[in-house]
Design a protein around this ligand. Structure first.
Ligand code: ATP
Length: 237
């Protein structure tokens, strides 16, 4: 049986009196690409922040590799292989592309960092062309590639992507989804949060739909893509 890498049980997260996540359950198995879709404000980002130790949880549990990680800090979780590319990318704008990639490898102590930079450059030839350029001078799409490349430098066991297509041109959106698919095919387990439901489900194995802080549907991605309720609510039909 496939190995469950990440398991979220009855997760609750609140901002003061506002319940943003109200008892969410989901899991991600080794090798899967799982998409979490839903409208603005459904609680997707909050869920990712809780999983990666950025936002404290009010109740429930989060298990990574079978052990509870609730309450552990983000840094510690990155070291264990839970690595997020945040909404808005968060690149170091006054550092070069290569320096940003090296920052991603900060948690590692092995001597394969240069080999991994070369791998990232193979995945993203645009970053190679611009290796010495300051990140802040790159386009939105290039910064998204950089943020993904930097996350890969930490050798994630699960790569969590928060709205990677947000604010990008249609051509760049195509490119980003292509790259996510290729990273997944090369063996990285991915949890993808997206408002672009049709694209996110079309590359996923399974999906979860969030509404008002709760998971309202889940299942095989192609089943969700063909579900009339999902089509009406999230695919503009
Ligand atoms: P989006 O796609 O717009 O980011 P989302 O599904 O990721 O939406 P969240 O950002 O997780 O949703 O927001 C869930 C709810 O929590 C929303 O009602 C939002 O207003 C609220 N919220 C998010 N961050 C905070 C915060 N720092 N303080 C107070 N409320 C917050």
């Amino acid at each position: 049986m496939a190995n469950i890498l990440l398991e979220v049980e009855n997760l609750r997260v609140a901002y003061g009196g506002i319940q943003a996540v109200k008892g969410v359950n989901f899991k991600v198995t080794e090798g899967e690409l799982v998409s979490l879709i839903g409208a603005n404000g459904a609680g997707k980002t909050t869920t990712l922040k809780a999983v990666t130790g950025i936002q404290p949880i009010a109740a429930g549990d989060i298990k990574f590799l079978g052990k509870s990680i609730a309450g552990q800090g983000a840094w510690n979780l990155v070291k264990q292989g839970l690595v997020m590319v945040p909404e808005g990318r968060g690149t170091f704008t006054r550092m070069t592309i290569t320096e940003n990639l090296l920052m991603g490898a900060h948690v590692r102590k092995d001597d394969e960092v240069q080999a991994d930079i070369d791998k990232v450059f193979t995945t993203f030839p645009r970053l190679k062309e611009r290796a010495t350029q300051l990140a802040g001078t790159m386009s939105g799409g290039e910064q998204q590639m950089l943020a993904m490349g930097r996350a890969l430098m930490a050798r994630p066991k699960v790569l969590l992507l928060d709205e990677p297509s947000m604010g990008l041109s249609p051509i760049m959106v195509d490119k980003i989804f292509e790259v996510i698919e290729s990273i997944h095919k090369q063996g990285t387990t991915v949890l993808l949060v997206e408002q672009n439901a049709s694209r996110a489900l079309s590359i996923a194995d399974r999906g979860y739909v969030m509404e008002s802080g709760e998971v309202t549907m889940d299942g095989a991605a192609d089943m969700l893509l063909n579900d009339p309720k999902v089509r009406a609510a999230y695919l503009g039909e």
